[in-house]
Design a protein around this ligand. Structure first.
Ligand SMILES: Cc1cc2nc3c(=O)[nH]c(=O)nc-3n(C[C@H](O)[C@H](O)[C@H](O)COP(=O)(O)O)c2cc1C
Length: 191
């Protein structure tokens, strides 16, 4: 499961979806309407529902299936649906706050809530700066409830030569957290 919100960092979602499509038979994606505005601003692609990977990501990824943000009649709304985990990337403070407080007001927050109650991996790639005490308390609640709070904090030590390479330093950590063997970046010991 991949959720995409309207926090800055659409490139992280783009790179993760592309990589996830190589490793999983199916990737269910939920994209908030604010995320679509951020995609247009940051990536220059204006995509409208019903979404396609061509419109949103600029390439065809048949493994990725988009679900409507408001549609609860879909598998991830139910705890009986088993999946490998959910990543929300990038994750806004609004969405993080709603999940932290059990406000399941759309499919994204409901699916995340289901992950917490079922003990499934939930990785929140949060992005905001600076963080208020409200943000910090919400993130603490999420960590206490079992989520992984993985800030979109890219690493510079490999001297990335493009935005994509820089974004991939975060994507590599997400995949690592899900136990996915990937070849995006060399591990520290190999460098
Ligand atoms: C260009 C742009 C960048 C934004 N960046 C952030 C951000 O980094 N973090 C954040 O929490 N909200 C950010 N926002 C605000 C969120 O989009 C807004 O709070 C929205 O309600 C989030 O809704 P969603 O979580 O349902 O996508 C940004 C908005 C815009 C238009």
């Amino acid at each position: 499961m991949v959720g995409v919100t309207g926090a800055s960092g659409a490139i992280y979602a783009e790179r993760l979806l592309r990589e996830a499509a190589k490793h999983f038979d199916e990737v269910l994606a939920i994209v908030s309407r604010h995320a679509l505005s951020v995609f247009e601003t940051e990536r220059g692609r204006k995509a409208q529902p019903p979404l396609t990977t061509d419109a949103l990501l600029g390439e065809s990824l048949p493994q990725v299936r988009f679900l409507e943000e408001g549609d609860y009649f879909t598998p991830p709304a139910s705890g009986s649906y088993r999946h490998d985990g959910m990543v929300i990337v990038p994750c806004s403070m609004g969405t993080a706050g709603r999940i932290a407080n059990g406000v399941s007001d759309n499919l994204m927050t409901r699916a995340a809530d289901v992950c917490l109650k079922e003990g499934r991996p939930l990785v929140l790639v949060v992005r905001e700066t600076p963080l208020s005490l409200v943000h910090l308390r919400n993130l603490t609640r999420l960590a206490e409830a079992g989520a992984t709070v993985l800030p979109a904090a890219p690493a510079w030590y490999n001297r990335p030569s493009s935005l994509e390479e820089l974004a991939d330093t975060v994507v590599a950590r997400i995949l690592q957290r899900l136990g996915v063997e990937h070849k995006i970046l060399p591990e520290w010991a190999e460098e």
